[in-house]
Unconditional design. Structure first.
Lengths: 284, 281
């Protein structure tokens, strides 16, 4: 009986995890252009060899890394103060949390479109505000090579800082009172309490949220695809966008599979590092 | 300054800061909605944040009309897929999760962990084999292929989410019921299910949301309005030259407004689900 119930789940786990991965691996050993009628040709490790010399891939890895690190850092920096503020007794929580979770639930595509509109200099409230305070016409955002990376990071922070905030808040609320009372009796101030009690106790939660967001950032596709399409001039071409173009614009399926496999490997390594850190924290 | 003065200042600062955050998070959404009820000309000419005069529903009428963009069809597709996916993955996933928790499978912790790992796969890595497979099976551009793909992706997530909720129900409760003559499934339905209902609600929210918002798989697997979903048609608008901004805003609002209203209603469960997944899981 129990096996009957679990089988569908295991089957789907196998389907989702194993089968595509195995099939993708197999595909990556072939050269196959879907656009041409020729059958896939076995080329062994040639795709991977080409990948290691692929400058566009290296560039996209670098861009992904920069964007992901910056976004993660900014998300935490933006979310932490808010979580701390909301940890106290706050009136109107229902309205506040409605406002705060709004960005969270939006489709990444929608967020991309929304900010594409927000970033259009001709009618953007941002440019209007900048002009009002007398700083000129303001940047052209997604068309401006100097600003576009920051603009993309800003969108991501807007989208996911509420998530980080909610998790941190839940973590804060679950902290025990005793250490804080003891510290207060010993005369510790709020900053010391934060540094020596809050932060260490909150570390597992922070790590968990970092895992979620790092993976999310590596896998991100929709928002950047719609917001910049990888431009201008490939400046925001993250790995997933490059892989997508390889597979569905240039129809080079074999190579795209190899590239996506490299991405999976990176994601797996990062996950393992995080999980290792986390298990050390929890087992303490 | 007296102590109460400092305290009052602190309170003002606190609410001021919270208010600033709220404004930042809501402003772009407000601007989007505003733009969607402006005329195209007014989009460029007016002050960005002032109310439109006169407001117009033309864009919404246009995108929903069958001569226009026929968005209604895409909304129907998205809704059907979201509903089917949730029902199937919640049912199968919960049953599996219950089994794993109750029947103490060897390596059940590993299975649960594997379920979580599945969520972390880059979607682009899955899209390519799924596309090739769907193409071979002749299932491209159908609602079926979307439901299958989404369900298969969601079941591990459901298993992982529900695991914590099932673990909180003591086995003794079911044993009592079974001693009184209840079957295992009966005990599950009558006793366990009501107790894990909040967990089911939270999980359902995420499944529905994820399905409604999904883009990449839908983009790759569908090609006409027979099966395309709202995210796909929305993204499709951007690629044209001479973008009609107000119309696009209306379409984006169609995608996002239902979600916002839905989130407002279920926010308690939503927040609980998020925090639960991260803090306790």
């Amino acid at each position: 009986m129990p096996y009957l119930l679990v089988t569908p789940a295991l089957v789907s786990l196998a389907s989702v995890a194993l089968f595509p991965l195995l099939y993708s691996l197999r595909l990556s050993f072939f050269e196959w252009s879907i656009a041409r009628p020729a059958a896939p040709a076995f080329v062994g490790l040639q795709n991977y060899g080409a990948a290691f010399q692929d400058e566009r891939l290296l560039a996209s890895l670098k861009i992904t890394f920069i964007l992901a690190s910056a976004a993660l850092l900014c998300e935490i920096l933006a979310a932490f103060p808010l979580a701390l503020l909301l940890n106290a007794d706050v009136k109107g929580m229902r309205f506040i949390s409605t406002a705060l979770i709004s960005p969270l639930v939006l489709a990444p595509v929608g967020v991309g479109v929304l900010w594409r509109i927000m970033y259009t200099p001709e009618f953007s409230p941002l440019n209007w505000l900048i002009a009002q305070v007398g700083l000129g016409a303001g940047p052209r955002w997604v068309s401006d090579r100097n600003v576009v990376l920051a603009a993309v990071v800003a969108v991501d922070v807007w989208h996911y800082a509420p998530f980080v905030m909610l998790v941190l808040l839940a973590g804060l609320k679950s902290l025990p009172h005793d250490p804080f009372e003891a510290a207060a009796m010993d005369g510790a101030g709020p900053l010391q309490a934060f540094r020596y009690i809050t932060l260490p106790l909150l570390t597992p939660v922070i790590l968990v949220v970092m895992i979620f967001r790092t993976i999310g950032l590596i896998n991100a596709f929709d928002t950047v695809f719609v917001l910049t399409g990888g431009g201008p001039g490939g400046l925001t071409e993250i790995v997933s966008v490059y892989v997508f173009k390889t597979g569905f614009k240039f129809f080079d399926m074999g190579y795209a599979s190899a590239l996506s496999y490299i991405l999976v490997a990176i994601a797996a390594v990062l996950s393992m590092i995080y999980v290792l850190l986390l298990s050390r924290e929890i087992d303490m | 300054m007296t102590r109460s003065h400092w305290r009052r200042l602190g309170t003002v600062a606190k609410y001021g800061l919270i208010g600033a955050y709220c404004v930042i998070f809501m402003l772009p959404i407000y601007f989007l909605l505003l733009t969607s009820i402006r005329t195209e000309a007014e989009v460029f000419s007016s002050r960005p944040l002032s109310p439109p005069s006169p407001p117009t529903l033309d864009h919404y009428l246009y995108i929903f009309s069958s001569q226009g963009a026929n968005v209604g069809r895409y909304v129907l597709n998205s809704a059907v897929v979201a509903l089917a996916t949730s029902v199937i993955s919640l049912t199968m996933g919960s049953l599996a999760s219950y089994s794993i928790v109750r029947f103490r499978f060897p390596g059940s912790r590993l299975i649960a962990f594997g379920m979580l790992m599945v969520r972390m796969l880059p979607s682009i890595a899955v899209v390519i084999p799924v596309y090739v497979l769907a193409r071979t099976a002749g299932l491209l551009n159908s609602l079926t292929v979307l439901v299958i793909s989404y369900t298969v992706f969601n079941i591990p997530f459901v298993v992982w989410m529900m695991r914590g909720f099932f673990m909180e129900v003591p086995a003794e409760l079911e044993e009592c019921a079974m001693i009184d003559g209840c079957s295992r499934l009966g005990a599950l339905a009558r006793i366990v299910l009501p107790l894990v209902a909040p967990g089911l609600a939270a999980t359902a929210i995420f499944t529905v949301l994820g399905s409604w918002n999904e883009f990449l798989l839908a983009l790759v697997l569908t090609s006409t309005q027979k099966a395309q979903t709202v995210p796909v048609i929305l993204a499709g608008q951007i690629e044209q030259y001479g973008v009609p901004w107000a119309r696009i805003s209306a379409m984006a609002a169609t995608l996002m407004l239902p979600v916002l209203i839905f989130a407002m209603i279920v926010q308690k469960h939503l927040i609980r689900g998020l925090a639960f997944g991260a803090v306790k899981g």
